[in-house]
Design a protein around this ligand. Sequence first.
Ligand SMILES: [Zn+2]
Length: 307
Amino acid sequence: MIRSWHSSSLLGLVAVGVLAWAPRAAAFCRTTTTENFVPTITKPCDDAGQPLSWATRCVGYSVQRSASSQVGLERARQIVAEAFAEWSAHDCLATLGPTCSGAASGKPSMTAQDLGPVDCDAVEYVQGGSNANLVVFRDGDWPHDGVALALTTVTFKLDGGEIYDADVEVQSNPAEVKLAIDDPVPAGAYDLRSILVHEFGHVFGLAHTQPANTTATMFERYRTGQTFMRDVSADDVCGLCNVYPPTRKATCAPTPRGGLGNECGGGEKDKGCGCSTPGAGAGGAASLLLGAGLLAAFARRRRDRAR
Ligand SMILES: [Zn+2]
């Protein structure tokens, strides 16, 4: 069975309630197969479900061809590539976090590759069809929680937690969100690269880090003018190295499951791209859960955070 839900969103904060957490060992968290897990201060990470991860050494992604009125396609591809590269650039042992154990020397066994733009702008996973791991900008109405700046939806195999597909949506309606794509980042704008580095942590299977890690890329809150999420922290590197150790035995198979699909719906396959179906075959019937229930769950999570 295959499940799909929103991994988490990056929240742009207007109201600021800085909570004081007692300092303690507090590391990264992983997204798991547990549905509707809501982090709390006493239980920031889910330990009941199976953690999610990709089976391959690399993820192939596609930027949606229309990009945004705030960032053109080629500039968007540049920033997306830089944001993905940030995750893969650091040596696991050299950047060992305080609670990171067992890291070996070397880069994490995970990279990302730009497979070229696609026309499809839908967040979807098509069982038996072609797919794309999408980065898409929403210049029109934002179909999710109004406070969220971006949203990553991860589709995975329920048994074992292998990630099959990940789609990142970025809110880019100029009337709602001013995106910064160059330095310096204006005080009232959101740094696109920071947003993307954070969301790509979700693509790789990381959840929001524990609340003590306020300077981590996977910290859940972000404000205009900030750029700290561009650079992954030791906690973030520890997370990626934990999921994808340098010594992991895996091959690079960037083609999405079923081949790279340019069109939505899985019907159209780009020539020459259906050459690889990484990972284990899907067991059982597909069950794509991308509906009102998940959005409601997300909204409930938001309310919990707002308290
Ligand atoms: Zn997030």
